[in-house]
Design a protein around this ligand. Structure first.
Ligand code: F6R
Length: 261
C-alpha cells in the first residue's frame, strides 16, 4: 500500500485527478469506479477542470458506481445515481449510457445486487476505483464485520453512518435510508487500482487503523492491505495519527515523478 500525505483536500483532489487523466490518456475507454459523499468532490472538480482546459478528453471513459441507497425513489437528488450524474457524468462530458450502477429502487433488490456484480465482471473490470472511508472504517458501505470476500449485496447502515450522512438529508436522520446496495469488499478488491482519499481529522483514527492496524473485518478498509496496487491519499489532518508518517513522506518524496500514483 502506498500512502501519500498531501497538505489539504484540494492537493489530494489534484493528485488523484491527474492519475485519472493519465489513465484515460493511456486507455480512453477506462472504467472508473466512483465514490460519492463529500471527500471525492475535489477530485471531480480537478478532473472537470482538466477536461474544460482540454488537458484530457474523458468523453469515452466509462463510469461505475460503488454503492446506492435502497428505497429512494428514482431521480431523488440524493440517490447516488443522481449524485454521480450531477457531479461526474455531466461535468466530464460523459454519455449517461457509459454509466453503470445498481438499481436501488428495484422490486427484487437481491437480484439487482447479483445483476450489478455480474455486469461489473462482464465489463472487463474496473481500472481505477475511487474510495472514501467512513469514520467507522467502511469502504463502499461495507460496514464493520463485513466479510472481506463479500460480493455486491444489501447492507444495513450503522447508526454512525446514518448520523454522518444526515447532512445530505436536511440534517434529519429519519430521512436517511437504513439499507444500501454496496459492492462487496471482494468485488472492490478486483479493481486494478484502488485509490482511497481521506481528509479531515474525523478520519484520522480510521486511516491509522486501515494503514497500520491489523487486517480485520472490524475495519473493512484494512482489506486494502491485501491489494497489489492500493494508494491511500490523506491530508495532514487525516494523517495525524499515523506512526509512520515521516517514512511515508520520505518514500513519496523519493519516488520518480514518471511513476505517478
Ligand atoms: C459513498 C461511499 C462511502 C463514503 C464514506 C465517506 O459512495 O462509498 O464509503 O466514501 O462514507 O463519506 P464522506 O466522503 O462524505 O465522508
Amino acid at each position: 500500500m502506498e500512502v501519500v500525505i498531501v497538505p489539504d483536500a484540494k492537493a489530494g483532489g489534484e493528485l488523484i485527478a491527474e492519475a485519472m487523466a493519465a489513465l484515460i490518456r493511456r486507455k480512453p475507454d477506462a472504467l472508473l469506479g466512483v465514490a460519492t459523499g463529500s471527500t471525492p468532490l475535489p477530485i471531480y472538480e480537478a478532473l472537470a477542470a482538466k477536461v474544460a482546459a482540454g488537458a484530457v478528453d474523458a468523453s469515452t471513459a466509462r463510469i461505475c458506481q460503488l454503492d446506492e441507497y435502497v428505497g429512494l425513489p428514482q431521480g431523488h437528488p440524493e440517490s447516488y445515481r443522481s449524485v454521480v450524474l450531477r457531479e461526474v457524468v455531466e461535468p466530464l462530458g460523459l454519455t449517461p449510457s457509459s454509466f453503470m450502477g445498481p438499481d436501488g429502487s428495484a422490486a427484487d433488490v437481491q437480484a439487482a445486487c447479483e445483476a450489478y456484480d455480474q455486469a461489473l465482471a462482464a465489463s472487463g473490470g474496473v481500472d481505477l476505483q475511487l474510495l472514501g472511508i467512513g469514520t467507522d472504517g467502511h469502504i463502499g458501505f461495507n460496514e464493520p464485520c463485513s466479510s472481506l470476500s463479500s460480493r455486491t449485496r444489501i447492507k444495513t447502515l450503522t447508526n454512525q453512518t446514518r448520523v454522518d450522512n444526515a447532512r445530505f438529508f436536511d440534517n434529519d436522520i429519519e430521512q436517511v435510508p437504513h439499507h444500501v446496495i454496496t459492492q462487496g469488499i471482494g468485488t472492490i478488491l478486483e479493481a486494478r487500482h484502488l485509490v482511497l482519499l481521506a481528509t479531515g481529522e474525523g478520519k484520522a483514527d480510521a486511516v491509522a487503523a486501515t494503514v497500520e492496524g491489523p487486517l480485520s473485518a472490524l475495519v473493512p478498509a484494512s482489506a486494502l492491505q491485501l491489494h497489489r496496487h492500493a494508494t491511500v491519499v490523506v491530508d495532514e489532518a487525516a494523517a495525524s495519527k499515523l506512526k509512520l508518517a515521516e517514512y511515508f513522506r520520505a518514500t513519496f518524496a523519493a519516488k520518480p515523478e514518471w511513476q505517478g500514483l
